[in-house]
Write a protein that binds this ligand. Structure first.
Ligand code: HEM
Length: 115
């Protein structure tokens, strides 16, 4: 498994590499099978697709599928071009935020009804 710089990832805008949670993937063979269509993948080639991948509500099945296309990891200390950004919130941070919101709602309901 190799470590790539953002510059190297950026050289694969046409023949398809993308980054999700710091891992580099080459989903080229999967393009035409992707249920979300090839264009959304092609749009993220050479870039960080973490936010898009997490926010489009992929199942754990889709997450497991990623393993097949893994080619390496990204060198986080390497400089990233502004057009490559798209990190966003990692899935577990989103789950944590949801938990906090749920707890606050339970607290409010309890305040209202426990009289
Ligand atoms: C190599 C990376 C990716 C893999 C392996 C992958 C895999 C999948 C799979 C298996 C599904 C079917 C639903 C599910 O099981 O979750 C799906 C749906 C979808 N994907 Fe991806 N995906 C990838 C990257 C992306 C990216 C970067 C986007 C960017 C926006 C995206 C957008 C979508 C959308 C919009 C759907 C929903 C399609 C629909 O339900 O009509 N995917 N993907």
């Amino acid at each position: 498994m190799s470590i790539y710089t953002w510059q190297q990832v950026g050289q694969h805008q046409k023949n398809g590499w993308l980054v999700i949670d710091g891992v580099v993937y080459d989903p080229t063979p999967y393009l035409n099978e992707h249920p979300g269509g090839p264009a959304v993948l092609q749009n993220r080639f050479g870039k960080d697709a973490t936010r898009d991948f997490n926010e489009t509500g992929h199942t754990s099945g889709a997450r497991q599928m990623l393993e097949k296309y893994k080619i390496g990891t990204v060198d986080k200390t390497s400089p990233q071009e502004p057009w490559q950004a798209g990190g966003g919130t990692p899935a577990n941070a989103q789950q944590f935020a949801f938990l906090i919101i749920a707890l606050v709602m339970v607290f409010i309901l309890w305040k209202v009804f426990a009289k």
